[in-house]
Design a protein around this ligand. Structure first.
Ligand code: SF4
Ligand code: SF4
Length: 314
């Protein structure tokens, strides 16, 4: 009997990145995440299943091919003719997504595609000509370590092909997964969202203790790679002095001497609409440069290098 090859659900592949690891890199965004950060800029990557995305600006009301293709009766033409109306209660559990195949305008799309490791390696091999001597592949998401079998196969293949690999994780994953992954990677970005576990639970849906325990474990491990901690700076959630001080103390305690602050942005807002989801941060402005500098000074006072935005030196 032929073995069935593991597939991974991937919601984006971006080449030519210079911010998520050294050199020029290809970013692979893996679907599925155990957290539900209210400010998330990649809502299409939250689920480990394909979801329907409706880009209404592309809809031609063509006349409504999707209406005929949908076995669930989830599509209605709107009175104005443009665009169609979807009943999301059906779409969220739809297994076939037949509407996507008939929409020539690209208004209906799936939130991700399934790849075998071979298929993904073909894409990566295409990109490796511009990585240079320092670049490589960064796995991000979603939570890339959620799709365990696929990710381990992929990292092993990259390792065998001398590809420099970096993983960006929430660290809200089993320790055994981190143990399995570390021998194959050179870089690890780990997000810290809040030092207060109750606040962390409020903003992300999970407590922070397993994350902090995993970070402590990585910091004390003899893994030869480099871990960079990152904090998304989210106004009125974690941009206060007390949280910065607590984070700086934690970093000092585990011997980490750098942090990367990433200012909140709303670039993912339109994707919430396309997925039929509400976005709590729809009207929230990004933190200004002065407030980021003032947070950075709290880290600097404790001897911790603070890189703002995309400034991390590699
Ligand atoms: S098939 Fe596409 S373009 Fe045509 S009505 Fe449906 S969503 Fe609009
Ligand atoms: S995702 Fe499924 S239920 Fe929703 S419109 Fe498409 S075919 Fe119908």
């Amino acid at each position: 009997m032929q073995a069935v090859e593991t597939k991974g659900l991937i919601f984006d592949i971006q080449g030519h990145s210079i911010h998520d690891g050294p050199g020029t890199r290809t970013l692979v965004f893996l679907s599925g995440c155990p957290l539900r950060c209210e400010w998330c800029s990649n809502p299409e990557g939250l689920f480990l299943r394909q979801r329907l995305m409706f880009k209404s600006r592309f809809c031609r009301s063509c006349p409504t091919r999707c209406l005929g293709a949908c076995p669930q009766g989830a599509v209605e033409p709107s009175q104005s003719g443009l665009p169609v109306i979807l009943d999301r209660r059906h779409c969220d559990s739809c297994k076939t997504m037949d509407c996507v195949n008939v929409c020539y305008a690209g208004a209906l799309q799936t939130s991700g595609d399934w790849y075998t490791v071979d298929e993904l390696m073909r894409v990566l091999n295409r990109d490796r000509y511009y990585w240079g001597s320092e670049g490589g592949v960064t796995l991000t998401g979603g939570e890339p370590l959620l799709q365990e079998g696929f990710v381990l196969d992929l990292l092993e293949r990259c390792h065998d092909a001398y590809v420099d690999t970096c993983v960006e994780t929430s660290a809200y994953v089993p320790r055994s997964m981190l143990q399995a992954v570390l021998p194959y990677i050179q870089w690890l970005f780990v997000d810290i969202k809040h030092m207060d576990s109750a606040k962390h639970l409020e903003g992300t849906g999970v407590p922070n203790e397993p994350i902090l325990d995993n970070i402590r474990w990585i910091a004390s491990n003899d893994w030869p790679g480099r871990m960079v901690l990152r904090m998304p700076v989210v106004p009125a959630f974690n941009d206060d002095v007390a949280n910065a001080e607590a984070t700086a103390c934690f970093l000092a305690e585990i011997g980490q001497r750098e942090i990367n602050l990433l200012p909140f942005h709303r670039l993912g807002a339109s994707k919430y609409e396309q997925l039929g989801m509400t976005y709590k941060y729809q009207d929230q402005a990004s933190p200004d440069h002065d407030s980021l500098e003032s947070l950075a000074s709290i880290y600097a006072e404790r001897g911790i290098a603070c890189h703002l935005g995309a400034e991390t030196p590699f």
